[in-house]
Structure formats: structure tokens, C-alpha cells
Design a protein around this ligand. Structure first.
Ligand code: BJ8
Length: 383
């Protein structure tokens, strides 16, 4: 695929993709395509994809709807949870509006309790996610995936076959491979692009409903970046940063900006939205498609798992691959699980890898941007 546009224009188009897909989802709805709204990386996308449904990430990353949410929910709750609820309550998320079914998982306490109230606005199905990545946990999640498949079959009066699931697994794996090729380009030093631009593509791609086409586009972008890199078009040398912790989309993307406005470059996102959501493929050789899905999804290293070895494993792998100069651990305010995990992550980063580490707590507001910039400038200065 030939890309005629320049890279900055392509990045901006991906940044606009969420808004552009408002119309896309409307037209899918008019054609009778079932719409499934989701919030979390643990959601096994292949099951609804197998029946031809569109899967869409629901709005949850802006502080615009938080005052409305705080009328019902406690103020000292994670902004992601308040924002999600606020969008549903105020009907300001077009994806929520068009969703036939909203699916949540029993991840952190705040989220799973919030889903109880979300059911006042939409049909909600909650998947029971175990908190341990044990063999029993895997069997339990496999059964949950089968239960979810039955819920879809009953609700939409369809039969979902294993062959359809297998095809969906292949399609999503091809998309994952394309996204991996893109973010692995950041192993180059100096980096080929800003982390902010990389994130625009990673985030925008989740709002492309034609996954085959999306994978082709991403491969074409990779080719273009590589060609430009060979011609000497890349960033100057900058301190290389890994971001880990809570998701940094929307309001929390100010952290990426603070790093890059102060001279650093985010070369790898370990958190959801980055490698945590994409890195591991579903095993296409496993004859048991449900087990293959359960294993892949349950292996995600979110702090709601206890213990959480997958996070350390992925971080170690990414540190070795991307050679960051430091790690920034982002905690969304009142996220107890990521907050408690900071001490373990700090020890891991500083004692095992001897890298500088910073944890910071933030929300979706603009109130701490000045403070973030000051802290980041001082942190980058010492690298
Ligand atoms: S798999 S990171 S998308 S749960 S930040 S709502 S954990 S209090 S966003 Fe997440 Fe799934 Fe995990 Fe990823 Fe709770 Fe923490 Fe808020 Fe969080």
C-alpha cells in the first residue's frame, strides 16, 4: 500500500480517528451490525468479532463528564471509572449510545462496582475475571468466555462456531503483528518519532473497524517510517523513557507531553494502549480456541492480578529490547492496585536494571500540568 501523505499528517489522521468513527459506528448500526461496547484489555475481542459484531472502546478518558459522575459516585475514585460512568449517564459517548451490549470484567473494585450502576443505562454483561493467573484461574476464565459466547448467541440470535472464532483469532493476531512492528521501530536510537505520535496511531487503530485494512495501513506506515529513517529523518538523540502503570489516553496523555516537551522521548508504552494490550498473540495452534483465548487474555499483567508476574516479565523484556534511560510509572489518582505496586516496580527497575525511576499520580484535569513539567524537567536533567 502506497501512502501519499506525509507522516505528521498521517499521525494527525489517526489522532482524529476516534471522532471520525462516530459516523462509522452509526452507519454500522444502521446496517444492523451488532455493536459491543467495552472498557478493558481483558475483553476477548475475538468472540464478538467471530459473529461479525463491531467492538468499540467506550469513552473513559476525559474529565468533561466527571462532575456528573461525582453526583452519584465518590469523588476519591479513579478518574477513568468516574469518566466512564459520567459518559454513560450523560449519554455523551456516541459509542455507548449505539452499543447493543456493554461488557465489563471484574478487574479492580471501583470498576466492578461501577458496572452495577451502568446497568441502569444499558444492557451490561460482566465477565468474572479471576485475580490469579493460576491453572484454576485459567479454567474459570475459559468458562467465562464460553458463557459470554452463549450470552451473545442468545441476545443476537446467532450461532458462533469455533471456525469463526479461529478466523477472528487469526485476523486479530495479524493486526497485533502490524502494531508490534510499528512500536518496535522505537528500538532504533535515535528514535524515529515522538512517543506522542506513536500513541496517536496505537490509539487511533483501536477505532478502525476493518481490522484487515487497518493492519495494511500500519504496515505501510512502518515502511514509510523506515524509509525516512534511512534518509536521516528521525529525532535528535534524547533521553529514552518507558511508560508503565495506568493507561495514559485522553486527559492523562499530558504525561507523554510533559516528557517530550522537556526533551525526552517515550520509546515504549508498557501499559494498556501499548504493549500490554498487544504484545502476546493468541496461540493459533491450540485446538481448544477457548483455552487459547483464556490463556492469552488472563496473562495480561494488570495490577488487579495478585501477584502480577506478567507485568515484571513484560517490563524486563521491553527494557532489554528498547534500552530506555529511565522508567516513568503513572498512577491514576485513587488507583490502589497500581499505587501499591509502585514499590515493587521501583525495586525491579532500580535494583534489577539499575535505571532511574519516577512514579507520579495524576488525573484527567489540567491542574497539575505545571507541576508535571517541573518534575519532568528535573528528572530528565539528571539522566
Ligand atoms: S487491563 S489497566 S484497561 S483494568 S486505573 S480503572 S485498574 S482504579 S484501567 Fe485497566 Fe483493564 Fe487493567 Fe488495562 Fe481500576 Fe486502576 Fe482506574 Fe484502571
Amino acid at each position: 500500500m502506497e501512502l501519499i501523505k506525509d507522516l505528521p499528517e498521517i499521525y494527525e489522521e489517526f489522532a482524529e480517528q476516534r471522532k471520525k468513527s462516530f459516523l462509522g459506528i452509526k452507519s454500522l448500526k444502521e446496517k444492523g451490525v451488532p455493536i459491543v461496547g467495552v472498557f478493558c484489555t481483558y475483553f476477548p475481542q475475538e468472540i464478538p468479532a467471530a459473529m461479525g459484531a463491531a467492538v468499540v472502546g467506550l469513552c473513559s478518558t476525559s474529565d468533561e463528564t466527571i462532575p456528573d459522575a461525582e453526583k452519584d459516585l465518590p469523588r476519591n475514585l479513579c478518574p477513568l471509572i468516574k469518566s466512564s460512568y459520567g459518559f454513560a449517564k450523560t449519554d455523551k459517548c456516541p459509542f455507548f449510545y449505539f452499543s447493543d451490549l456493554v461488557v465489563g470484567e471484574t478487574t479492580c473494585d471501583g470498576k466492578k462496582k461501577m458496572y452495577e450502576y451502568l446497568a441502569n443505562f444499558k444492557p451490561v454483561h460482566v465477565m468474572e475475571l479471576p485475580n490469579r493467573q493460576s491453572e484454576d484461574g485459567c479454567t474459570m476464565y475459559k468458562n467465562e468466555i464460553i458463557r459470554f459466547k452463549k450470552v451473545l448467541e442468545e441476545k443476537f440470535k446467532v450461532i458462533i462456531t469455533e471456525d469463526q472464532i479461529r478466523a477472528a483469532i487469526k485476523e486479530r493476531n495479524r493486526e497485533r503483528e502490524a502494531l508490534k512492528r510499528l512500536y518496535k521501530l522505537m528500538k532504533k536510537d535515535p528514535a524515529p518519532m515522538l512517543g506522542d505520535d506513536l500513541y496517536k496511531v496505537l490509539y487511533g487503530a483501536t477505532f478502525k473497524f476493518d481490522k484487515k485494512q487497518s493492519a495494511l495501513e500500519i504496515y505501510a506506515i512502518c515502511d514509510k517510517i523506515e524509509k525516512e529513517y534511512e534518509e536521516g529523518n528521525h529525532l535528535e538523540k534524547r533521553p529514552r523513557i518507558m511508560i508503565t502503570g495506568s493507561p495514559v489516553s485522553g486527559g492523562a496523555s499530558k504525561v507523554i507531553k510533559a516528557i517530550e516537551d522537556n526533551g525526552g522521548v517515550v520509546v515504549v508504552f508498557e501499559n494498556c494502549g501499548g504493549a500490554k494490550s498487544v504484545e502476546e498473540l493468541v496461540d493459533e495452534q491450540n485446538p481448544d480456541v477457548y483455552e487459547a483465548l483464556a490463556k492469552r487474555y488472563l496473562n495480561i499483567g494488570c495490577s488487579c492480578m495478585s501477584p502480577n508476574p506478567s507485568r515484571y516479565k513484560l517490563m524486563g523484556q521491553l527494557i532489554e529490547e528498547f534500552r530506555p534511560d529511565a522508567v516513568v510509572d503513572v498512577v491514576l489518582q485513587a488507583c490502589h492496585t497500581y499505587n501499591v505496586e509502585t514499590i515493587g516496580i521501583k525495586r525491579f527497575v532500580t535494583e534489577t536494571y539499575h535505571l532511574p525511576y519516577m512514579s507520579l499520580e495524576t488525573d484527567y484535569s489540567v491542574s497539575d500540568i505545571g507541576q508535571l513539567n517541573t518534575r519532568m524537567a528535573a528528572f530528565l536533567e539528571m539522566l
